[in-house]
Design a binder for this molecule. Structure first.
Ligand code: SAM
Length: 177
């Protein structure tokens, strides 16, 4: 049985002015309070965010490593070899866009897409190299070998879709908020 020990609803609109999909302020605040002063953070699909020592994004100038996350994983890039205290990820919603907009692999063009057929690569990486996962998505993935610590439903109000911010830790870890 999957147990979710704590859940909260928070307000989080989408930034109209800044980078599309940038973390809403409350989400950013929660992430920063979880990671504290850790310097062992890898951030996938990092966009404009400056959270994390290693930030991988297809093209944003704030990334420390530019490229396709799945290529880094497939090529077993040396930066992935460490043991990371935190993995943060805020991927594009390509599956949904694929269906809604009837565009193959989402709304991005060319190689600018997150190919979710490869997402098990992230699961394998987490299993071997990560203690905690913070994941923001319209889906709520549960990583094998991890247990939920807390989830936040990020609501924009009205009839809009919600996103889910999840914090999962390797099974057996006890720190709670
Ligand atoms: C929702 S945005 C993340 C925004 C970020 N949380 C912020 O605060 O700015 C998703 C990001 O994923 C990136 N992206 C999409 N597919 C990717 C891939 N396969 N590899 C690396 N980055 C990818 C996009 O460039 C985009 O910046």
């Amino acid at each position: 049985m999957t147990i979710i020990p704590s859940a909260e609803v928070i307000f989080g609109g989408v930034s109209q002015a800044g980078y599309p999909g940038a973390f809403p302020p409350k989400v950013e605040e929660i992430i920063r309070s979880l990671i504290g002063n850790s310097h062992s953070i890898i951030h996938f699909f990092s966009g404009s965010s400056r959270i994390g020592d290693v930030r991988i994004d297809l093209g944003h100038q704030n990334a420390t490593h530019r490229g396709n996350v799945f290529d880094f994983l497939k090529q077993k890039d040396p930066i992935l070899r460490h043991q990371w205290e935190w993995l943060i990820a805020d991927p594009d919603y390509c599956e949904e866009q694929e269906r809604r907009l009837a565009r193959e692999k989402g709304f991005m063009v060319g190689d600018r897409f997150a190919d979710w057929r490869d997402e098990r690569l992230i699961e394998d990486f987490a299993k071997g190299h990560v203690q905690n996962i913070i994941w923001l998505d319209r889906r709520m993935p549960h990583f094998k070998g991890f247990e939920f610590k807390k989830i936040w439903l990020v609501w924009q109000g009205g009839w809009r879709n919600i996103r889910v911010l999840t914090w999962q830790s390797r099974a057996g870890q006890t720190r709670l908020v």
